[in-house]
Design a protein around this ligand. Sequence first.
Ligand SMILES: [Cu+2]
Length: 522
Amino acid sequence: MQDRTSHVTGGEEGFPTDTDGLPAAGRAPVLELADGDVLDLRVSPVAKQLHDTSVRMLAYNESIPGPTLKVHQGSEIVVKVVNGGDFDTTVHWHGLRLANRYDGVPHVTQAPIPVGGEFTYRIQFPDPGLFWYHPHIREDYAQELGLYGNILVLPHDGEYWPPADRDFFLTLDDILLVDGKVAPFSTTETNYAAMGRFGNVLLISGEPDLRLAARTGEVVRLWLTNTASTRIFNVRLPGARMKLVGGDGGRVEHEEFVPELLLAPSERAVVDVLLAEPGELQMEHRTPRRSYPLATLTVGGEPVAPSRNAQFTDLRRAPELGAERQRLGAWLEATPDKILALVAEMADVISGAEAMAHGAAHASEDEGSDHEHEHEHGHGAVDGIEWEDDMPEVNRLTTSATMSWRFVDRTFGADSTPSDWRFTAGDRVKIRLVNEMESDHPMHHPFHLHGAGRFLVLARDGVTESNLVWKDTVLIRTGQTVDILFEVTNPGVWMAHCHIPEHMHSGMMFRFVVDGPHVATA
Ligand SMILES: [Cu+2]
């Protein structure tokens, strides 16, 4: 869509890769900001050490991730963004319900910020929880190279979260390196359009080898954000119990112990861990085939007193979401107001090459993993998730020109890109999202709605959601149907899109309009 025509520098040679004279990327500071505070946020290139190679990346205020902004619910801050990067940018404040003009969508809510230019955002924080910020132009390049940071909105209510001794902000990301360099990007079109760009080095809070330390007996809170382009993370922490306390937009309906946590691109989770014993814990990403180390957590020192055991095992409930549960039945029964299909169309030359690549991959598979290829259309997918790129050569060659990812409005049997979605602030709208198997390349999609409101997941494949939480992004697995209840609150022109940037830039995005609230007349 509009992002494709954005101006870039670099021309024929591609984006700059030289690290000479660049400052080394730092670690993200936590910045506490009060109502009315002004933050200067500057985009600029940095040199980032990744194992034995140094690569040129992009950073907010020279750190990857960018600074974590700690703000208060109900406050407003001013952010002056200066673009010292390689090409046009904007900042999107992911998950925040804010004034439409500061949503950071190029050509829709603002003009792109050119290199050397600046733009001032005024952002509000109506909801407590964990949010994040990133560009909304060529995210396949700019977000991949390090432009992302967290926002923690502290609640009015001091009892909103259970007590915790320590916070860790952990972004889950990956980057694709080839021969010690970041795999090339085109300045004019998005590559890896089929599956999105899977990295081969995992970066947790920007680090390939993250080490954390905490004291024996503490409850630590993990604030997790998936900032990867396409990789879904399944987080485990063997040897410790994980208690899920929150998601995208605040706390969960009921706290629960979970063995693992699935996070699609741009989703968040808030998890408490009781560090009962001294020792070393390994956080890992576990796929059906293998596990990857994410971070090492060293636990030591004299145990804290008093014991946190009683508070940790207490599973609390959120009354505001309990009230939503009471009203859920009627929405589960209701006919969807909108039905949206997610489909792919490939140019013939690509689909033929893809079929050959898969034939070769199947022939060379060992017997042990054959069952994972039984899915007719699912490639290496298990349970509707593409855990890895099993066709990297074909994927690299697919671009926004040869691959067309589409949303198709199937409301009332329609069959076209949604062009006339119009809601009124104060509406609640049931939307059915259908990831259709009858397309050229069905795949998982994290579906994101911008800050026009927030939504609850009602049901997945007809199964009622068991633990509600306000969300802005939901994973739609291959072949899956997900019903959401969208609470519309903020007027403006807003975007809906797949959060895999390669899909979004290949067509999986549309805009909708929200009118101001109805005014009662006498
Ligand atoms: Cu997608």
